[in-house]
Design a protein around this ligand. Sequence first.
Ligand code: ATP
Length: 231
Amino acid sequence: MALIKYRNVEIHQQELCVLNDVNLELHKGEFVYLVGKVGSGKTSLLKTFYGELDIAAGEAEVMGYDMLHIKRKHIPQLRRKLGIIFQDFQLLTDRTVYDNLEFVLRATGWKNKGEIKGRIEEVLTLVGMSNKGYKLPNELSGGEQQRIVIARAVLNSPDIILADEPTGNLDVETGRAIAGLLHDISEAGALVVMTTHNLQLLREFPGKVYRCTDHLMTDVTAEYNPAEIDN
Ligand SMILES: Nc1ncnc2c1ncn2[C@@H]1O[C@H](COP(=O)(O)OP(=O)(O)OP(=O)(O)O)[C@@H](O)[C@H]1O
């Protein structure tokens, strides 16, 4: 069963039609890139997946929710099932890494102190930051902060991770490590969808590739096949 299924979807930003005729079927375990020029609609499309931007027309399903008719009150329920890695969702700067993660677990219903501690240790280990729980976010490098943001996104083992330019502000090496981490998470069974301008990543971490251009989104996976990119 597809986790995200779009048919003939139209996406607007105010009066502007950003994308039309979007067709998608994305499943567990897939690693998916959204590429395209600045302003081509990648972020707008991601925002429709978690109910941040309304869909103007078509049929759209995310985790079984009908995104054209979803009630406002159901959007937080949907978001709890997603891991969102966006510039707008920064770490809280006034508390430690551990407290940032605990805050999310408590807000999503976790109560048992031992279980909370255990889960935080697990996700910090997953992102290679097991000894950084006591740090404040601004005591970490950009790449380390991004690892914590990923740890936060996977706390509740979501089936879908949405990442908007997760490697955007990072140097090449760190960006590659972050993409590798997300790729591992998809291999462990989650659907990961990320936007990027870094086409180099597509060769190193193969996945499905969709390009937004001229208000359309096209499957260009074959174009980015590692065997063909050298030519
Ligand atoms: N909040 C908004 N209000 C009005 N128009 C918007 C808003 N956000 C984006 N747009 C417009 O919608 C179009 C698509 O923007 P979007 O952010 O989805 O592009 P993008 O492909 O993610 O670009 P980038 O690579 O710069 O992140 C652009 O023309 C942009 O100006």
